[in-house]
Design a protein around this ligand. Structure first.
Ligand code: NAD
Length: 263
């Protein structure tokens, strides 16, 4: 199947590791030109170089903390300059919000969660939409979580901020549909990444159990009986970014091995 992604310009934020990096690599394999960002230049440039070597893609990479709207503005401006005022695809990603129950999470953590998980998505969208409108084509895909459908115990900030993104994306999808800009979310279940290891450690500490025990218990909830590979998540993003997804907008699509029980 020709996905029609050759030469499309795709921003993938927070993409030096994990699901963001896997999405960037998959888009590059289909011929897209990339703009990557993360906070730490060394890991970011390593990821960019590896993707160039594996795919031959054009990869622009600059540091940007997505919690800071000024840094997002500066990053998008540099991407536009690098790619001749062209931005076709935005994949929104960020590190996860701080873990904890409602009793454990203070106002500071709520503010971090708002800035990192919600406001970053709003700002990136505001910045890229004018470029997409000019070409009457665009794809905006946000990496969220299974918490958009089913709250996860011990992740209060995620359970509140991720559904907010669903409401935002649905609204935006309606506003941008006349411009042929499609807005969707992907909702990952459990994937082997640094974020997942961090969550296991945090749950193990608060429950006074071993990370291995918690991992086995979590995997037992997945009908497919295993964690996902980041590549499996990336393929959904690539499809939603492609020409082949031309009649899908305003959706939140789970990639979770059947984890969420809701219909
Ligand atoms: P990860 O920790 O492996 O990677 C996160 C990436 O984001 C890294 O490249 C990191 O450098 C970058 N990053 C973090 N904070 C940033 C910031 N403020 N500005 C710029 N870059 C930043 O995480 P992951 O597992 O790939 O998860 C990605 C997203 O998906 C997170 O929001 C996470 O909560 C969510 N998620 C992950 C899973 C999973 O199973 N891995 C499940 C549900 C939801």
């Amino acid at each position: 199947m020709d996905l029609g992604l050759l030469d499309r310009v795709a921003i993938v934020s927070a993409s030096s590791e994990g699901l963001g990096r896997a999405a960037a690599l998959d888009l590059a394999r289909e011929g897209a030109r990339l703009a990557l960002c993360a906070r730490t230049d060394k890991t970011l440039q390593t990821a960019a170089q590896e993707i160039r070597q594996q795919t031959g893609a054009d990869v622009f990479a600059r540091t940007c903390d997505v919690s800071d709207p000024d840094q997002i503005d500066g990053f998008v401006a540099k991407v536009a300059e690098h790619y001749d005022e062209r931005i076709d695809i935005l994949v929104n990603n960020a590190g996860g919000p701080p873990p904890g129950t409602i009793a454990e999470v203070g106002l500071r953590e709520w503010r971090i969660a708002f800035d990192r998980t919600f406001a970053s998505v709003v700002r990136f969208c505001q910045q890229v939409v004018p470029y997409m409108q000019r070409r009457k084509w665009g794809r905006i895909i946000t990496i969220t979580s299974s918490s958009t459908r089913q709250p996860i115990d011990g992740l209060a900030t995620s359970n509140a901020m991720r559904p907010a993104i669903v409401g935002f994306a649905k609204t935006l999808s309606r506003e941008l549909a006349p411009h042929n800009i499609l807005v969707n979310n992907v909702a990952p279940g459990m994937f082997r990444t640094a974020r997942h290891e961090e969550l296991l450690e945090s749950m193990a500490t608060s429950q006074n159990r071993s990370p291995e025990e918690i991992l086995q218990e979590r995997v037992a909830q997945v009908p497919l009986g295993r964690m996902g590979d980041p590549d499996e998540h990336a393929h959904m993003i690539t499809f939603l970014a492609s020409e082949r997804a031309s009649y899908i907008t305003g959706q939140t699509i789970a990639v979770d091995g059947g984890l969420v029980r809701g219909l």
